[in-house]
Design a protein around this ligand. Structure first.
Ligand code: BG6
Ligand code: MG
Length: 217
């Protein structure tokens, strides 16, 4: 019997929302009078909203009261939500749906393991919610990636052993989290950035059925 379970990150793996997170943070940085580059944005991938703002304020050397910090968190999220307002299935990354259909056909239990508090509405917008047996997102965790909590909760809810779980991730912090959970990690993105992943593919168009089948043995 196939015991493998698969956990997908959302932003940058299933949908290209990483660019909208970047634009929203860049807008805030520019309002505060400093630049925020795509290279710096790599550090934000997979990282909670709160931690992202802490890093952003460090970059800009900006001090803030708790009240001001909370207002900027809200402002960033409102800008982000405006970017994704009209999002639909056309924003699903290449061959993701094909991969999900294939895994569903093989009856592989699938979970979402995302740091985002916006994960469920995004899955609804792109019509992918029914593929996932379990959703663990930023509303369910107390510790952000690279802590393994999000993936360990997903495994537990799927009734799967961590060593039988495979994680698709685009973030350095997410690969670390998968490793810390004792799971197989598959990086989606640049192999020069995702150096700690067990495997790295540019995107799902590079992942063959044979590779997926090999994982499930
Ligand atoms: C992750 C993104 O999936 O979710 C991060 O990679 C983001 O960039 C984090 O900060 C939290 O997202 P949200 O939607 O709750 O602000
Ligand atoms: Mg991601």
């Amino acid at each position: 019997m196939n015991t493998t379970a698969i956990i997908f990150d959302l932003d940058g793996v299933i949908v290209d929302t990483a660019k909208y997170h970047y634009l929203a943070w860049k807008k805030l940085a520019n309002t505060l009078g400093f630049e925020f580059t795509k290279e710096q944005n790599e550090l934000f991938k997979g990282v909670s909203r709160k931690r992202c703002l802490e890093i952003l304020l460090d970059i800009g050397k900006v001090e803030a009261s708790q009240e001001q910090f909370d207002l900027w968190m809200v402002e960033k999220n409102e800008d982000y939500l405006a970017y994704i307002k009209d999002m639909d299935a056309s924003e699903i990354l290449p061959d993701v749906q094909k991969t999900l259909d294939y895994l569903k056909g093989k009856k592989v239990p699938l979970a979402l393991g995302s740091a985002s508090k916006n994960a469920k509405p995004i899955l609804e917008k792109v019509d992918l919610l029914p593929y996932f047996k379990v959703i663990v997102d930023g509303t369910n965790v107390t510790k952000a990636k690279p802590d393994p909590e999000v993936f360990l909760i997903a495994a537990q809810k799927l009734n799967a052993k961590p060593e039988n779980c495979i994680v698709f991730e685009d973030a350095v912090a997410g690969i670390e989290a998968a490793k810390a959970a004792g799971m197989t990690s598959i990086g989606i993105g640049d192999s020069k950035t995702l150096t700690n992943a067990d495997y790295v593919f540019k995107d799902f168009t590079e992942i063959s059925k044979e590779f997926l089948e090999g994982l499930m043995q």
